[in-house]
Write a protein that binds this ligand. Sequence first.
Ligand SMILES: C[S@@+](CC[C@H](N)C(=O)[O-])C[C@H]1O[C@@H](n2cnc3c(N)ncnc32)[C@H](O)[C@@H]1O
Length: 264
Amino acid sequence: MRIPKELVEDMLARAFLRGGALRKEDRQKALELTALLEELTRALPPLQAKRAPKTPVVVVDACSGKSAAGMLLLALADPEARARVVAIESDHARLAHAREGARALGVHDRVELRAGTVADAALWPEAPDLVVALHACGEACDAVIDRAISCSAKRILLVPCCYGAAATRTHDGLATHVPAQGNADRWAKTVGLPRHALVQRRFAQAIIDAERTLRLEAAGYQTEVVELMPPTVTPFGLLWRAKRVGEPVRTAEAAAAYAVMRSG
Ligand SMILES: C[S@@+](CC[C@H](N)C(=O)[O-])C[C@H]1O[C@@H](n2cnc3c(N)ncnc32)[C@H](O)[C@@H]1O
C-alpha cells in the first residue's frame, strides 16, 4: 500500500506539532516513516474490508518513542479499525507525547502504551502479528529480538541504531552493552585489525549484524536484510524483515552457524 509522504508529514504535524511547521529532522523522519509504513502494510494481513481477519491484528511498537510508526499505521492504513498497537517505551516523557499524539489522530482507543523496558517479558502480548522497532538503540535492539522470539511474534521489522559501546547509552545515562560487541572486540585482535576507529566500527557492525541475523534464523525466522533508507538520510538505514516459518533444515543450519559464532 502506497502512502504519500505528504500525508505522513501532515499526520506528524497534527500528532506532535499541534499543526506547526515541520523542521528538517521531522521531514527526514517522515521519509523513514513513509518507507516503513509500506513495509508494515506489506507484512500485515490485509486490514481492509472483506479480506480482513476476524480477530484484531496486534502490532507491537517496541522502543516506540512517541509511537509515530504504530499510530500512523492505525491512522493511515487501518480504516476499518482492525488493528491495535501495543507500544513499549521506557521514557515517560515520550509516552506522554505518544498519548497526546494518539488523541490528536483519534486512534487512542486502539493504542495501548506500556511503560517499561522491552526486556520485560510481562509487557509483551502473546504471539503478536508483527513487532516493529524503528531505531531501537544498542542493547535494546537485542532485547527486542529476544522478546519477539520468545513471545512467538509472527513477523518482525527491525531497524537498529547506535551499535558502538560508546553510543549505547539509555536516555537515563546508563551505558549498555550489545552482546556481539564482545566477539567483535576479540576477533578484531585475532585477525590483527588496525586500530583506526572507522575500520573497527565497521567490523564490529558487521559482526553484530551477522549475530542478530543468525539469532533470528536459528529461532525459525526467515530473514532478509535490506536498505530501508540510504546513508544520505540516516547512518542507520538497514531493515531486518523476519517471518516466522520454522523451516526445519534452514533453522538447523542457522542454529549450527549460530553456535559456532557464539563459541568463537
Ligand atoms: C532512537 S529512539 C526511536 C523512537 C521511535 N521508535 C522512533 O523511531 O521515533 C529509541 C527509543 O527507545 C527507547 N528505549 C531505549 N532503550 C529502551 C528499553 N530498554 N526499553 C524500552 N524503550 C527503550 C528510548 O527511550 C527511545 O524513545
